[in-house]
Design a protein around this ligand. Structure first.
Ligand code: NOJ
Length: 714
């Protein structure tokens, strides 16, 4: 590959078709493709990292000339940096093809909001869409029009640290939040100067990792692939997702990044999707480790022929594709098809017309008026009140609060993995938030212990502070790096140094609230009995401790509900609500512990109390159900109604319960709201077969809302 030959100044005909902004995109793509040499095409099919690589799991990465198709830029937050490189691509290359810059803005660019797992606990997709649109604006104005988000891997084993990055255990929930996030990033038109291309990942089945280990093979039946893992991808594609990332795992023996079935037959042919597929980092090269290729040349051969359009980081395409074409092992048509998809994306992003983001100051790009309120509200609605024996809310004057734990005076661990580019001063620590909420004189702080290790020397100070206080607020949790990529843990329990601190504090006899910051469900069987109240904050982003302080004082009424099951103990995982039926429902339980979870899917408390009426069929065509929910308390509250269905008898056995719809509404104190579920029988009662074909069987179906049940016959 001779890059120098491509870095020559263009002397083209007047205005070639591909440069004519008003010509149809497909015509521009074909025109440009017809002018490109094989080398130029192959360059487009590669992506490398630019600058320091912040993700320790992204190993390797050479630096090459900025004439490739795409760059991941982990450090750039300023358009002038991007513009310098883009200028070279636009002005010094023969055809002036803009570079596509990408970045993992997973839950915010600078204005960082809660991790995706938390987002789904808000059951507020409109709010998630708004947060994603803030992220899009900040990213695009910084010169980065592509994010590797949303991650929609279904995760049912909390040991797998990447459960933090997705929307939990349920395919429907993940589908709804996937679509919301794609809409937030992309809007109606990705050429808009404040929008970016989304990338749904990791396609596919990555979350089915055995024993929570990352990068390992997965075994997923065709049935489960279609009924569990595929729906969020279908939803993302229907929402217009511009790109998809292929995953690291092998699936039933074939690496996902080299699977003609998954990449070409399903995505491109069955779904008729015309977007672009990028590999995950080094996934092409890793085919060798997976035993699917003898060397990197064979890796490139397998991946490109499977339909993988762009090679992230490992340069296997860069180094081998030209030779593979010359040897006849890869057809030029295959190359053209991938390049067509890459160019189409660049045209759709408007990069040919507007390659340079405007030069703006950080103040003009980030944290604009109203942004903080959105991410704060999302953090409030994502927080889940798991236990309350009546201690909460504390009120605004609860006396002295002993604020204890390794999370209290901590910035970065409030952010979570893939934390974007927040500044320390953007993040409100728990300590700061409690001082603001309750007054500094009322907050007695002690760290107590670190996240892990054996140092218990801080216990004494913590216990002393607890004795002086009226209430103890204990802030425990995980470091950001414990979840996310390669964040694997053998147990969901917090380290014993943290658990034991709780035991010591309990001995003071003071009422105790447990605040949790973590990126996965936790094993709480020992901590739960010690606490009068438990609030799950997840990793809330820059709003940090403010939502927690507001919920504890009662300024904010909690409304989050779990999108992932909390087991009683780690030995129960994988555990999830929508498991298939067992052959002996009355047997098959653990001998040593309960078989029930600690907190089930969709569980979460409010300070309001809600009373549910019965499910009523209110219309036959379209088949519509209603349920009334009354706020029986004197406090306005948000309530989410989850509509499940059950198909008790079917050819392919189905889960006990399947979520099909949810809705969140504000119910004023003492008032009643109607919640409505309009059924599309094929969509909501139907099922998919092993090839993804949806069908509907005659018979009885049940509609379930909490303990209410309504039976219909089709
Ligand atoms: C590897 C991760 O698996 C993926 O999620 C991420 O988008 C890429 N690296 C790029 O950073």
């Amino acid at each position: 590959m001779i890059i120098a030959a491509i870095l020559t100044v263009s002397c083209q005909d007047a205005v070639p078709l591909y440069k004519q902004a008003d010509a149809p995109i497909e015509k521009r793509v074909e025109d440009l493709l017809s002018r490109m040499t094989l080398e130029e095409k192959i360059l487009q099919m590669n992506q490398v990292t630019l600058g320091t690589n912040l993700n320790q799991n992204n190993i390797g990465g050479e630096q090459v000339e900025p004439v490739l198709g795409s760059y991941i830029t982990y450090t750039a937050t300023d358009p002038t940096e991007i513009n310098q490189m883009q200028k070279r691509a636009m002005e010094e290359t023969r055809l002036g093809i803009p570079v596509l810059f990408g970045f993992d803005a997973i839950h915010g660019f600078r204005t960082v909001y809660p991790i995706p797992l938390a987002q789904s606990c808000s059951w507020n997709p409109e709010l998630v869409e708004k947060a994603c649109s803030i992220c899009a604006r900040e990213s695009r104005l910084s010169g980065i029009p592509w994010t590797f988000s949303p991650m929609v891997d279904i995760a049912r084993d909390g040991r797998w640290g990447r459960c933090a990055e997705g929307y939990g255990e349920d395919p429907y929930t993940a589908s709804v939040f996937c679509a919301a996030s794609v809409r937030g990033y992309q809007g109606d038109d990705i050429s808009d100067s404040t929008k970016i291309a989304a990338c749904i990942k990791h396609y596919i089945g990555y979350g089915a990792s055995e024993a929570g280990r990352d990068y390992v093979p997965t075994e997923i039946s065709s049935q489960t692939l279609w009924d569990t893992y595929m729906p969020p991808y279908q939803a993302g594609i229907e929402a217009g997702a511009a790109t998809v990332m292929s995953s690291f795992n092998t699936i039933n023996g074939t690496p996902a990044s080299a699977s003609p079935y998954h990449l070409t037959q399903v995505l491109k042919e069955q779904f008729g999707w015309d977007g672009m597929i990028v590999s995950d980092w080094d996934a092409v090269k890793q085919l060798v480790y997976q035993g699917a290729a003898a060397d990197h040349k064979e890796s490139a051969w397998r991946a490109v022929n499977a339909g993988l359009d762009m090679d992230m980081a490992d340069l296997c395409y860069f180094n081998h594709l030209e030779q593979l074409v010359k040897e006849g092992k890869v057809g030029e048509k295959t190359i053209d098809e991938s390049v067509r998809r890459i160019l189409r994306l660049k045209f759709r992003l408007g990069l040919f017309e507007n390659p340079y983001p405007p030069v703006t100051t950080a103040e003009e790009r980030f944290n604009l008026p109203g942004d903080f309120e959105v991410v704060e509200q999302l953090a409030e609605e994502s927080s889940v009140l798991l236990k309350n024996n009546g201690l909460l809310p504390l009120g605004s004057k609860p006396g002295k609060i002993a604020l204890i734990g390794p999370m209290v005076d901590n910035y970065w661990d409030l952010i979570g993995s893939w934390g974007g580019h927040p500044l320390a001063e953007d993040i409100i620590t728990i300590k700061q938030a409690f001082s603001d909420e309750f007054g500094p004189a009322n907050v007695l702080y002690a760290k107590g212990c670190d996240f892990e290790g054996d140092d218990r020397s801080g216990y004494a100070e913590a216990v002393a502070k607890a004795r002086q206080a009226d209430v103890v607020v204990l802030c425990l949790g995980e470091k950001s790096s414990w979840s996310g990529e390669n964040g694997i843990r053998s147990t969901l329990a917090l380290p014993s140094v943290q658990e034991q601190l709780a035991f010591e504090l309990k001995k003071t006899g003071k009422p105790m609230v447990l605040l949790l910051n973590n990126g996965r469900p936790l094993e709480l069987c020992r901590l739960e009995p010690l606490a009068d109240a438990i609030l799950e904050l997840w990793q809330p982003g820059i709003a940090g401790g403010k939502p927690a302080a507001g919920i504890l004082s009662g300024r904010v009424n909690p409304s989050g509900k779990l999108s992932i099951t909390f087991p009683y103990a780690t030995g129960q995982v994988p555990i999830y609500y929508n498991r298939r039926r067992t052959s002996r429902p009355f047997m098959g339980f653990y001998q040593d512990i309960t078989s029930d979870p600690m907190y089930e899917f969709a569980y979460g408390l409010s300070y309001s109390t809600f009373e549910y009426g019965d499910i009523r069929e209110v219309c036959e065509r379209p088949l519509t159900f209603e349920i009334s929910v009354t706020n029986t308390s004197s406090l306005d509250g948000l309530e989410t109604v989850h509509w499940f269905i059950c198909d008790p008898v079917s050819t392919v056995t189905r889960p006990y319960k399947e979520l099909k719809f949810f809705e969140k509404k504000l119910i004023r104190a003492g008032k009643t709201e109607q919640f409505r579920f309009e059924v599309d029988p094929l969509r909501d009662f139907g099922y998919v077969d092993e090839s993804g074909r949806r069908y509907l069987e005659k018979g009885k179906y049940q509609i379930l809302v909490k303990d209410k049940l309504f039976e219909v016959e089709l």
